[in-house]
Write a protein that binds this ligand. Structure first.
Ligand code: ZN
Length: 315
């Protein structure tokens, strides 16, 4: 069959022969549907536990995961997926990226039900060229049963590809102007927030004058009571790292990896995202004390950042 460019693609024909082949037959979930896993998942997602005790539908894939120890060898698995990947690797399509997932929910899952599943290679696309490179989209479908009754279907799609050649660097002249940080979107609802940072180096937290609830980022109304009336409270400065990531990849223009981005809980109780400065990024820890500071980037943009407590401001 010809690909998008009109050329015949023998590899595609070989890959397409995998459509419909079984990857897992009579796989079983490691645990029956159970209340502790439902509760942990709901807590992690910030989702209320369904009052009837059933599992949220979007937990579907959880019940067939292998966990840290993986699936037992064999366990209904065929070599289909490995063989398909082997063909692609051998042909130079060695990189992979997950692109999307689709689920269908047919019946609610309830504690005590036993999970079984079958997986097939559903579709292989003709060769496509994307911004990442050229390759093939592979769609797998897993049918998940609870006590033998089809409860849902999970489709997962990956692109297996050969990365696009990097642009030649030595011959490329340096860009005339260094890339600049993306600018915040300033509108009528948040202009005061950015003005206070820029002019006064103060971080103003919005406070509902109806019920006193604090909020950050700024919003036109109160999530707690619905009131549109508000005033502000300047953040005192101290905070604690609530969570963080260290960015290594992908590189973004105007950012110089690695760098730490933290969700900081301010002393007032609201949380704010910002870079952590004044400490090597591999020393950032959840629970570490930090102090609000401000950093001027690109000469004219002031952003709030967090300085590890006890380290000197660079000025
Ligand atoms: Zn309120």
């Amino acid at each position: 069959m010809p690909d998008a460019s009109g050329e015949r693609d023998p590899l595609y024909e070989e890959l397409r022969a995998y459509e419909g082949r079984t990857m897992v037959e009579h796989g079983t979930g490691k645990d029956p549907v159970n209340t502790p896993m439902i509760r942990h998942w709901c807590e992690a997602m910030g989702h209320p536990v369904p009052p009837d005790g059933s599992a949220p539908a979007t937990m579907l894939q959880v019940w067939i995961m292998g966990g840290l120890s993986g699936h037992a060898p064999g366990a209904g698995r065929t070599s289909t997926y490995d063989d398909l990947f082997g063909l692609l690797d051998a042909a130079g399509y060695r990189s992979i990226v997950a692109t999307d997932c689709e689920q269908e929910y047919l019946a609610p899952l309830r504690p005590g039900q036993l999970i079984s599943y079958n997986g097939v290679v559903e579709a292989v696309s003709p060769r496509k060229t994307t911004a990442l490179g050229t390759g093939y989209f592979l769609t797998t479908r897993t049918d998940i049963r609870a006590d033998g009754v089809l409860a849902g279907t999970h489709r997962f799609r990956v692109l297996k590809y050969a990365p696009a050649a990097k642009r030649p660097s030595p011959a490329t002249p340096p860009p005339a102007e260094a890339p600049r940080r993306p600018r915040p979107v300033v509108n009528r609802d948040n202009a005061g927030y950015w003005q206070a940072i820029e002019r006064d180096r103060r971080l103003l937290i919005q406070r509902c004058t109806g019920c006193g609830t604090l909020r950050l980022p700024w919003l036109p109304g109160c999530n707690a009571c619905g009131s549109p009336e508000w005033d502000t409270l300047p953040a005192a400065g101290p905070g604690t790292v609530f969570s963080y990531v260290v960015m290594h990849h992908p590189p973004f223009p105007a950012f110089d990896p690695p760098y730490a981005v933290a969700l900081v809980e301010l002393a007032e109780g609201v949380r704010l995202l910002g870079n952590v400065v004044g400490v090597p990024c591999d020393k950032v820890r959840v629970g570490a004390p930090v102090v609000l500071d401000f950093q001027v980037v690109d000469g004219d943009l002031t952003v709030p950042v967090f300085r590890a407590a006890g380290t000197e401001a660079a000025g």
